[in-house]
Ligand binder design. Structure first.
Ligand SMILES: Nc1nc2c(ncn2[C@@H]2O[C@H](COP(=O)(O)OP(=O)(O)OP(=O)(O)O)[C@@H](O)[C@H]2O)c(=O)[nH]1
Ligand SMILES: [Mg+2]
Length: 677
């Protein structure tokens, strides 16, 4: 395994491979490793035997579920790739990988209708000014012409796209490409590097025009080049490359390449682009000013594994890392190189390398580690709001503590996961980005932490309230041998407005209920509100203690508390109780082509749509504002994603409780009875 110690004096460069699901990222990494000689034989996508096909959960789900690192050298330069998951449910892991890379390769399909799927990536890359290029994969299965695909991609990119290549098409097939800067044509060969050919006459005219477009895009950021173009001078190739390299590093333009990962087509071209144009670790470090100069390494991921304990994945920003060194005031337990699923102990790694360290307690993704401490940088992406929850329960009795410990470890490794007990229902909820994300976490609980759990749809925290006032007496009298029990209260109950909560007061005169028993009455009333006549917590009502009586010997706090409970249980059913359901305020974000479909989906979920507008900062996206019953939000994200090729999303906040009547209310009441009685 390459240990990433520099052989050419250059620091390791890191490229993150990102993009929509199944666009071919893992296959592309395999092709890059194979073409560079990093692996001698390519693994298969069908059998999931590629370097990036890891861990076990990813193999069984037939999708990447977390970033996977693999290193190689290309023409003696050390490189590490981070093959990132395409599912938006694992986007946070991808974002973290992007934050430490020198360049991102955005892999996409050659299908204009799917171009929108890259927009969440491009937006993030632009927001963080991360240099990136686009690799259009499966070019031989293109659904449209090259120009049409580029137009669709340009529509979702804020930055101008610079086409590096144009395809050579013979009949239906793409047989090679012309490099528009070198002005060289290559013919794809099966299982071999492409061969250099003369530019075919059929594409020569087109080539002129497209090359001109490339030069004009670059000239927009390069006065000297602009001058030459205006004077009809032919710029030197070296000058064009220098211009491209500068613009790429500054994230002013986005080069576009294409190929076929499964057949290694276009991979050498991609390698050369990476080698010549990707910024160095030092440049990246400089660009990311948020990072402290004393920083040695930056954590971007952590992972709990049974044999190594918690490993923090880091990028070595400083002069490299050595086993036994001190990071964040702690002597590291071990230094590891990562190659797909292989984790192997190494003595040192060079500048810019990706490595894992153990026993650096408390280090969280984003932390820049110095010898003495850990500093969180300002620009690190915050954890996204969770969009989907499942209720967890242990399968084996007595596993509860083990489950909480395991969950704490799991959420420490994945900031887009959260867990906690719902205060209303008492259920243990696991929150995350979607169903696959959560089921993957459930799998990890079993495989990495040895806890078997079942996951189910959580109960909606309904409440109930009353619509009519009434007054009832609560009397508790018991004579059992010596000391008896006596409490007697008259309670007036009346409804309050939504959100006003619970108010207790007394109008006792003449000490008919002694002062020292009144708090016990209030406690008894409160306790009775835990479960009202419909079976849910009761809210938004006022209870006043108006009258009562006591016994000098037999009265006690306990007796008054019990009497209050009796009074409330008699009163509430007569107060016309009604169910309240929680309503969330949601902002649904979708590309505008799907705005009306998303609105329809919301309406079918009993949403009240408040309107829609452009999504600020997002080209071609809308935000729909609506109020939606929480019950209907449960799997909203799943529907939104299936409507929008996976990119639609929403933000939410609890808004208010709203009366629920009719069939839906009856069902909620019956379901709750079945669950709790
Ligand atoms: N025809 C063709 N198929 C490809 C190519 N690249 C990938 N595939 C196929 O597309 C499927 C998905 O490829 P992956 O490399 O796993 O895609 P991915 O982008 O890593 O997927 P996720 O990480 O799960 O988002 C596999 O069946 C590959 O064999 C290609 O260049 N040509
Ligand atoms: Mg993959």
């Amino acid at each position: 395994m390459p240990d990433n110690v520099e052989t050419t004096g250059r620091a390791t460069r890191v490229a993150a491979i990102v993009g929509p699901y199944t666009s071919g990222k893992t296959s592309l990494m395999e092709a890059l490793l194979s073409v560079s000689g990093g692996i001698t034989r390519k693994g298969s996508a069908a059998d999931r035997t590629r370097v990036g096909d890891w861990p076990a959960e990813a193999k069984s789900r037939e999708m990447s579920t977390e970033s996977v690192a693999a290193s190689t050298t290309y023409l003696d330069d050390p490189w590490t790739f981070l093959d990132c998951p395409g599912s938006v449910e694992f986007l946070q892991d991808t974002r973290h990988a992007l934050m430490v890379c020198d360049i991102a390769v955005v892999v996409c399909d050659p299908d204009p209708s799917r171009a929108v799927m890259v927009s969440p990536y491009l937006k993030f890359l632009d927001d963080h000014e991360i240099p990136h290029l686009i690799f259009i994969n499966r070019i031989e299965h293109a659904k449209a012409g090259h120009a049409e695909i580029l137009e669709a991609l340009q529509a979702v990119s804020e930055r101008p796209l610079v086409m590096r290549q144009m395809p050579i098409v013979e009949g239906e097939a793409i047989t090679g490409f012309v490099d528009l800067i070198h002005r060289r044509a290559y013919q794809y060969e099966e299982g071999k590097p492409s061969t250099l050919i003369a530019i075919p006459a059929a594409v020569a005219d087109d080539e002129q025009g497209r090359r001109q477009e490339v030069l004009e895009s670059l000239a927009d950021f390069d006065d000297a080049l602009m001058e030459e173009l205006l004077n009809d001078a032919e710029p030197a190739t070296a000058e064009v490359f220098a211009s491209l390299k500068r613009d790429l590093a500054a994230n002013l333009v986005v080069p576009v390449l294409f190929g076929e990962a499964e057949r290694d087509h276009g991979i050498t071209r991609l390698w050369k682009t990476l080698r010549h144009d990707a910024p160095d670790a030092e440049e990246t470090w400089e660009r990311r000013k948020a990072v402290t100069p004393a920083g040695i390494a930056q954590v971007f991921k952590s992972q709990h594994a049974q044999h190594t304990g918690r490993l923090a994945w880091v990028r070595a920003w400083g002069g490299g890392l050595a086993d036994g060194m001190t990071l964040a005031g702690q002597k590291i337990g071990g230094l590891y190189a990562l190659q797909g699923g292989e984790v192997s102990k190494v003595a040192r790694v060079g500048r810019g390398a990706i490595a894992a360290v153990s026993k650096v307690e408390g280090a969280r993704p984003g932390d820049v580690l110095t010898e003495a401490g850990a500093l969180p940088p300002e620009d690190w992406p915050r954890a996204p709001q969770a969009l989907f929850a499942l209720k967890l329960g242990t399968v084996k009795a007595g596993d509860d503590v083990k489950l909480s410990t395991a969950l704490a470890k799991l959420v420490a490794d994945d900031v887009s996961l959260a867990f906690g007990h719902n205060p209303d229902t008492g259920e243990l909820l696991l929150w995350g980005m979607g169903e696959v994300h959560l089921m993957n976490a459930v799998d990890r609980l079993r495989t990495a932490h040895n806890v078997e759990v079942k996951a189910e749809r959580p109960t909606v925290p309904f409440k109930e309230t009353i619509r009519k006032p009434c007054a009832e007496r609560g009397r508790h009298k018991r004579q059992t041998g010596g000391h008896g029990q006596f409490g007697d209260v008259m309670l007036e109950v009346r409804p309050l407005g939504r959100g006003e909560g619970f108010v207790f007061a007394d109008r006792i005169v003449g000490g008919v209920v002694p002062k020292n028993y009144i708090p016990a009455v209030e406690a008894g009333v409160k306790e009775s509100l835990g479960r009202g006549p419909l079976g849910f917590p009761v809210v938004d009502l006022a209870v006043t203690l108006t009258d009562g009586s006591y016994h000098t010997v037999d009265s006690s706090e306990m007796a008054f508390k019990t009497a209050a409970g009796i009074g409330m249980r008699a009163a509430l059913p007569k107060c016309d109780p009604i169910l309240l359901e929680p309503i969330w305020s949601v902002s649904v974000a979708v590309p505008s082509e799907w705005t009306s479909k998303a609105q329809r989906a919301l309406s079918q979920r009993r949403a009240q749509i408040l309107g829609y507008d452009k999504r600020p900062g997002w080209k071609g996206w809308d935000v729909i504002k609506a109020q939606v019953p929480q019950m209907e939000v449960h799997d909203l994200i799943l529907e939104l994603r299936s409507l929008t090729m996976g990119v639609g999303t929403f933000e939410w906040v609890f808004d208010h409780l709203q009366e629920l009547t009719g069939r839906a209310a009856e069902k909620a009441i019956a379901d709750n009875r079945a669950l709790t009685e």
